[in-house]
Ligand binder design. Structure first.
Ligand code: SF4
Length: 262
C-alpha cells in the first residue's frame, strides 16, 4: 500500500513534539524548585485571566449589539472587532464540535460582521467591488451554462441571476458565480477586489468571511425554500442597497424590475 507522505510527515511531527514535551516536563520536574513551578503557574493563570477578560468583554459587545437590534455605535466598534476576531471564531468552533445551533450562531457572526463593515465607511470603486454568488441561485431548469460569467444568462425571469445581471450592468460592479469556498477564494485571488459582497448560506458565508482576513466582506444570506443548494434566491433590493451604499458612483433611482422567486 502506497503511504500518504504528508500524513506520515505530520504524524511524525506530532509524535516528536509530544516526546519533546514529555522530556521537557520530566527534566523540569527534576531541576526546578517549587518556587519556579509556582511562578510558572502564576504566569499561566495571569495569561488565562487575560483571555477570560477579553472573552467576557467580547461576549458583552456581541450581546449589546444584538439587544440594540444591530445598531453599532462608534465607541463599541473596536470591541466588536475583537469579538469578531477572537470570541466568535471560538464560539463557532465549539458550536461545530457539539453541533449546537450552528446556523443560528453563524447568523449572529454574519450580522455582527456586517454591522462592523457598515461602520467602516467603505466607498469602493465599482470596478474594485466584487459580488460573489452561489451557483445554486441559478434555476435548476435553466438550459444555459453559466459558470464563467453572467453574460450567458438570457434573463428569462425564472431566477435571480437575470435581475443580478441587470444590477451589475447598471452599477458597473464585478460579479462571479462560485461553486464553493475554494472557487470563491480563487475568484478573490484572481480579481483582487477592495470590497466583496458575498451571497451564500450561513456555513459558506461565515467560513468565507473568516478566511479572507484583511478584506471587508458584507454577507447576504440566500433563501432556500427548496432545500440546500437548489433553486435558492436572495433579496435583490437588499443587494442593490448594499451596492449603492458601498460604491462611490452616484446612481439614479432604481428602475430594476425586482421579482420574487420562491
Ligand atoms: S434568469 Fe433564466 S436564463 Fe438566466 S440563469 Fe436564470 S433561468 Fe437561466
Amino acid at each position: 500500500m502506497e503511504w500518504n507522505k504528508p500524513f506520515q510527515k505530520l504524524s511524525w511531527i506530532v509524535i516528536v513534539i509530544l516526546l519533546l514535551l514529555m522530556l521537557a516536563v520530566t527534566v523540569a520536574a527534576g531541576f526546578f524548585s517549587i518556587v519556579t513551578f509556582q511562578m510558572i503557574f502564576y504566569t499561566a493563570a495571569a495569561c488565562l485571566m487575560l483571555v477570560f477578560m477579553s472573552l467576557v468583554i467580547s461576549f458583552f459587545a456581541i450581546y449589546r449589539f444584538i439587544s440594540n437590534e444591530g445598531q453599532l455605535t462608534g465607541k463599541n466598534k473596536s470591541t466588536l472587532r475583537m469579538a469578531l476576531k477572537i470570541f466568535m471564531p471560538i464560539l463557532l468552533a465549539v458550536s461545530n464540535i457539539f453541533s449546537y445551533r450552528k446556523d443560528e450562531i453563524r447568523r449572529v457572526y454574519i450580522q455582527a460582521n456586517n454591522a462592523y463593515v457598515l461602520g467602516m465607511g467603505i466607498k469602493a470603486e465599482p470596478e474594485k467591488t466584487l459580488v460573489i454568488l452561489p451557483h445554486c441561485l441559478q434555476s435548476s431548469k435553466c438550459r444555459y451554462r453559466i459558470r464563467e460569467g453572467l453574460e450567458d444568462c438570457q434573463q428569462c425571469g425564472s431566477c435571480n441571476i437575470g435581475d443580478i445581471k441587470q444590477l451589475i450592468q447598471r452599477y458597473g460592479v464585478h460579479a462571479e458565480l462560485a461553486t464553493g469556498g475554494t472557487s470563491a477564494r480563487k475568484t478573490i485571488k484572481d480579481t483582487k477586489p477592495e470590497f466583496v459582497i458575498a451571497v451564500a448560506c450561513e456555513r459558506d458565508l461565515s467560513s468565507g468571511i473568516m478566511d479572507v482576513r484583511g478584506l471587508p466582506v458584507y454577507g447576504l444570506l440566500n433563501k432556500r425554500p427548496n432545500g440546500p443548494c437548489r433553486d435558492t434566491f436572495t433579496d435583490i433590493a437588499e443587494l442593490e442597497r448594499m451596492i449603492q451604499y458601498f460604491t462611490v458612483r452616484e446612481v439614479p433611482e432604481s428602475n430594476v424590475s425586482i421579482e420574487e422567486h420562491n
